[in-house]
Design a binder for this molecule. Structure first.
Ligand code: GAP
Length: 513
């Protein structure tokens, strides 16, 4: 079994080899934390986006979509608080000259304690065998309790210091914990400073008149500034939501871990506008709904957990992350935030325009409260992709690499393979493609022996291989092979569409919610 680092390296190289993700501008040695999606990657990404859009917009009568521009009036970012408060605490190591996020150094330290807990659990599970009770062990073992308490104390102090902007205490914490630079091992740190994450650019042709702009660091603000336009034209009544997917940009201090933390990435966000005072209920409801969406994809219940924020963003009165078990541990995948009326009120103040909703039932106007769900599309891609990549030992002592993507998300649903390149078999395969391609993304593959083609499609994540052989010419039947079980069935060509649909249909997957 590969360790987590090896597994992650395999994920990255598989993503490149099979046309999912390339480093941007690779011929110029790449650009840090910027990636391109290749022919398979773009399909997987689109399928994830569609799966989200179907669940969030089209399945909800009271949620509508928009597509706002990346450029926004610069005052937007003053009002939203991003100009003043969208920053991360950075610290430099004086010996290695490496720059880190101070809070991440502390969180990584805690992750190491967490790993110790996992080690204790594994040891105890081995010792007690069948009688082992995971929850009881976590709640009673003195060593584990000690570790948990330590993590809690450290994170709570970090949260408080960041909230109070007490950067000296963040540095003191790093020193007290004796955290060393992962590169040089040195503990020679600079002071902690705040670093704004927004990218600036200019609009206009002449230097004198050009206007300073920002590339949006979140898609949410495009929704807030359009709130009244959308509400009026869509005739929505509160509670209702506005959703959008689109690019966001952040000048991340430390951008590592492949597509987990990028400088240009895509978000899928939904702002749900509610009556003041009801936000807590909606916050809980959206936490539950969003977790169900994740679970519908079958990546494993144990791979998710909630993490309530200690340090709240400048706009929130409650916030939680849905964390996923990536190859490098549990990390944030999605955020659910109760954003109060902060954004709409701020835009009212800065624009001088009213952004209020007239509630006919209560006969009063108010600025709605907002509960937001916000997920990174690239991060979701990484969750799905890394979870899917497995190496299986087969009965004949060989291994196969298979990308067990949820069939609903797989880039290609079926590969059509003529057994040989002659005797009219390619022509029949092409006819099957011509029929199926109206409903599914399918491909033709005639190169190499059929066994090798099966392996290639396993590694590509294609749920079905359909083989056309000489019997097909006689009786209009083909062999359909299932990626995960490797089972093969003989079926009529006329049944192919319904067999594939059963496995890849969005409805049957979303019905699991
Ligand atoms: N509108 C709220 C907001 O932007 P966030 O927690 O900063 O909240 C939401 O971001 C989600 O966007 C995260 O949960 C993550 O999935 C994704 N995300 C944030 N920064 C990212 C980055 N640098 N690279 C990739 N995804 C990122």
């Amino acid at each position: 079994m590969a360790n987590n680092d090896d597994q992650f390296k395999k994920v990255i190289s598989h993503a490149k080899e099979y046309g999912y993700v390339f480093q941007s501008s690779e011929i110029y040695d790449g650009l840090s934390a910027v990636y391109d999606y290749a022919h398979n990657g773009v399909e997987l990404k689109k399928n994830i986006r569609d799966y989200w859009w179907k669940a969030m917009v089209q399945m909800h009568e009271n949620i509508v979509g928009i597509d706002a521009s990346i450029f926004m009036h610069p005052t937007t970012w003053k009002a939203s608080g991003h100009v003043d408060a969208f920053s991360d605490p950075l610290i430099d190591n004086k010996d290695s000259k490496k720059r880190y996020r101070a809070d991440v150094l502390v969180e990584d330290y805690c992750a190491k304690i967490e790993a110790k807990i996992e080690k204790e659990v594994k040891k105890a599970a081995k010792r007690f065998g069948e009688a082992f009770n995971n929850d009881e062990f976590l709640n009673t073992n003195p060593r584990v309790l000690g570790y948990q308490e330590k993590i809690k104390t450290i994170l709570s102090r970090l949260g408080k210091s960041l909230e109070k902007e007490d950067l000296a205490d963040v540095k003191a914490l790093i020193e007290e914990l004796e955290i060393a630079c992962p590169l040089s091992g040195s503990r020679n740190w600079t002071d902690v400073k705040q670093f704004n994450l927004m990218f600036g650019t200019k609009l206009g042709a002449s230097a004198e008149t050009a206007m300073d702009l920002y590339l949006r660091p979140e898609t949410a603000q495009g929704i807030f500034v359009n709130f009244l336009n959308v509400q009026k034209t869509s005739r929505m009544k509160i509670p209702f939501g506005i959703a959008q997917t689109g690019k966001a940009f952040r000048n991340e201090i430390v951008a590592r871990q492949f597509i987990f933390r990028m400088r240009e990435f895509e978000q899928m966000e939904m702002q749900f506008f509610v009556k003041p005072g009801t936000q807590k209920e909606w916050y809980e409801q959206w936490k539950e709904t969003r977790l169900k969406w994740h679970l519908s994809l079958g990546l494993g219940k144990d791979n998710y957990r909630f993490h309530d924020h200690e340090k709240l963003a400048h706009y929130a009165d409650a916030a939680a992350d849905i964390e996923f078990k990536f190859p490098f541990g549990f990390k944030e995948l999605e955020g659910i935030h109760s954003r109060t009326d902060f954004d709409l009120k701020a835009h009212e103040e800065f624009s001088g325009k009213k952004l209020q909703y007239f509630d006919h039932e209560d006969n009063q106007s108010y600025v709605p409260y907002v509960v937001e769900t916000s997920i990174g599309l690239d991060r979701m891609f990484l969750a799905v992709f890394s979870n899917a990549l497995v190496e299986e030992e087969l009965e004949n002592n060989t291994t196969r690499t298979v990308l067990k993507l949820p069939a609903v998300l797989a880039p290609t649903k079926a590969a059509i393979l003529p057994l040989v390149k002659k005797d009219g078999l390619p022509e029949v395969a092409r006819q099957i493609i011509d029929d199926l391609k109206w409903d599914f993304n399918v491909i033709y593959d005639e190169k190499d022996a059929v066994g090798r083609r099966y392996r290639r499609q396993d590694a590509n994540g294609t749920p079905f291989c359909i083989t056309v052989d000489h019997d097909t010419l006689e009786n209009q039947t083909v062999t359909i092979r299932h990626r995960d079980t490797m089972e093969q069935q003989r079926v009529n060509i006329s049944d192919l569409k319904s067999i594939i649909k059963q496995e890849v249909d969005v409805k049957s997957w979303l019905m699991k919610m």
